[in-house]
Write a protein that binds this ligand. Structure first.
Ligand code: ZN
Length: 190
């Protein structure tokens, strides 16, 4: 079941990354505990998490409804286009994955090495991390804007003039909502 795989994606950082104040990490938490905590939340963020991770149809409808409303202030968009843009934004959001170059860490690790200098002396070069050049430290791969334009079936000029900016705003907003909601969830589980 795809929902469980995705829920594990959500649970992994929440369950592993946040050590308790007493230093004990929350390693025993699994997706069942995360799902149970999620069931108790009721706001827009919880709807987004449920839509993405639990395939919850009601939460999906409410999330799409909110997106559609968020486009109502955008001039020049028909009702149909607002609806299509809402669907495309959520699809783009769901297509977001951890960056494959850095495994979602945002940096690339280079282990410590030994180097011989000109005089034949060995010296050690300590391990270091460099920001991942592929995702610029974000740790995420995003859908290409051209794919969103294709998804909407509109021409380049229409995309540029009417849709690109509201799409990017709504996409950023979804990411923000997701971050907030998973932070709330993590606090609940602590
Ligand atoms: Zn990366």
């Amino acid at each position: 079941m795809a929902g469980i795989d995705r829920l594990t994606d959500l649970a992994a950082p929440i369950a592993n990354l946040e050590p308790r104040v007493d230093g004990t990490p929350l390693r025993s938490l699994g997706w069942i505990e995360v799902a149970a905590a999620l069931a108790k939340l009721t706001d827009a963020g919880a709807d987004l998490l449920r839509a993405v991770y639990l395939d919850d149809a009601g939460a999906l409808a409410r999330t799409l409804g909110r997106l559609k409303v968020s486009f109502s202030g955008t001039p020049g968009l028909s009702v149909d286009m607002r609806e299509a843009l809402a669907v495309a934004t959520l699809q783009a959001y769901i297509a977001m994955r951890p960056c494959q170059h850095c495994n979602g860490r945002g940096f690339v690790h280079t282990p410590a090495t030994q180097e011989m200098d000109d005089a034949g002396e060995w010296s050690s070069v300590p391990a270091f991390d460099t920001e991942c050049g592929h995702c610029h430290g974000q740790g995420m791969d995003h859908i290409e804007l051209g794919s969103v334009q294709l998804l909407l079936g509109v021409s380049e000029p229409v995309w540029e003039a009417l849709l690109r900016e509201p799409f990017q705003l709504a996409y950023r907003e979804l990411r923000h909502t997701h971050e907030q909601a998973s932070a709330i969830l993590a606090r609940r589980l602590r």
